[in-house]
Design a protein around this ligand. Structure first.
Ligand code: HEC
Length: 144
């Protein structure tokens, strides 16, 4: 069974996505949660290495960094449409009232993720402060 492993991995990826978006019904809210799920997953992969929970692996670190930077660059497009009311949504309406500021915070994460040097444990550790700061800076203002 040559294809067993990739299929299994794809199944896990789908399951993880479904989990993140499970409670939401509005397509915009689902897309937001899915994108944040990708961001969360890759940040965790880097954080686990930085914190010594998982052994440093340069290939995995580079892949997580690239996926994080790519997802961060999609935040503005994915959040642009507020969509309909969705009780499970955690996006504050202030996002659309302060769009330029929100977009700036999204750009700050893209910049931090792009700047992160994934080639060594030390450089990942050094870069994670700015990444985590960018998450916190936006969540504290725009996430319920
Ligand atoms: C520019 C703003 C912004 C940045 C930067 C940002 N987030 Fe978010 N994040 C949000 C908002 C808003 C929500 C709520 C989305 C919703 O419910 O529609 C959210 C939700 C989440 C969720 C929950 C998804 C779910 O299924 O409920 C996770 C996990 C998450 N973010 C992780 C991160 C991590 C990790 C970072 C940093 C690497 C980050 N976010 C950076 C705005 C941001």
């Amino acid at each position: 069974m040559k294809f067993a492993k990739p299929l299994l991995l794809a199944g896990f990826a789908l399951a993880a996505t479904a989990l993140y978006a499970a409670d939401r019904t509005d397509p915009n809210a689902i897309a937001r949660a899915e994108l944040m799920g990708v961001i969360g997953k890759n940040t965790k992969a880097l954080g686990d290495m930085a914190g010594g929970k998982v052994a440093f692996d340069a290939t995995a670190a580079e892949a997580a960094k690239a996926a994080l930077a790519e997802a961060a660059a999609k935040i503005s497009d994915t959040f642009k449409e507020q969509g309909g009311a969705d009780p499970a949504d955690e996006a504050k309406p202030e996002i659309w009232a302060n769009w330029d500021d929100f977009a700036k915070k999204a750009d700050a994460l893209t910049t931090a993720a792009t700047a992160l040097d994934a080639t060594s444990l030390e450089s990942v550790q050094a870069g994670m402060g700015a990444v985590g700061g960018a998450c916190k800076d936006c969540h504290s203002t725009y996430r319920m």
